[in-house]
Ligand binder design. Sequence first.
Ligand SMILES: [Zn+2]
Length: 241
Amino acid sequence: MGSNQDAMLRMQVAATTRLLVMENIMDYSGHVAVRAPGRDAFFIQSAAEPRSDVTPHSVLLVDFDGKVLEGEGRPPFEIPIHIEIFKARPDVEAVVHCHMELAIWFTMMEDVQLMPMRARAIRWRSGIPTDDDPSHIKTTAQGRKLAATLGPHHAALMRAHGLVLTAESLPALLVDAVHFDENARAQFEVMKAGKKPMGLTEAEMELVEHGEMREFHVGKLWAYYVRKGVKQGLLPADWQI
Ligand SMILES: [Zn+2]
């Protein structure tokens, strides 16, 4: 079934999902997806499988009409999120949708904008828009609206619901999700302390960006989290990822 590259991507979908559960970023719902090379299709987990138990074998290959090409089970109901972002953004290889609590809280505060606070959050320098639809994204129209809200950015919040993040690979997506959570927590804690959050200035972000080594950083953190997952018994030690 499929090429070596497909097998690797299936394994990375399973591993990324399990590691997001380990980090309390994903829970009983939410999903990651990655493009299948050379096809208008992507790998994603099935609707009901526990996120902690996804395996390379249980991952589905789904096309841009939502049709399952390989695998058993039905795709998640919110699949229009992934379809419409992949269609709108040729530069995006991987997408996560989840219900990260901290991200949701920032859609419930009047006149508060989540902003880059910590150095790694320069990833979201261009902006973090919020989609105003609080319902589950089950239709093409809703998916298109969310993709339009996301625009050229790497993150979008979803009012009272969750968020989407986009990246160039699944390892990068995992690292972004960790940093997004850290950054939201930083702003939240500053506000909780009764202080005005001081987001990074343009000049500071320029400085950080100048020394950025994203590829190295992603590789380092991916190795760290995979190792942590193996040690905690959440990932099989023989997964070649
Ligand atoms: Zn959702």
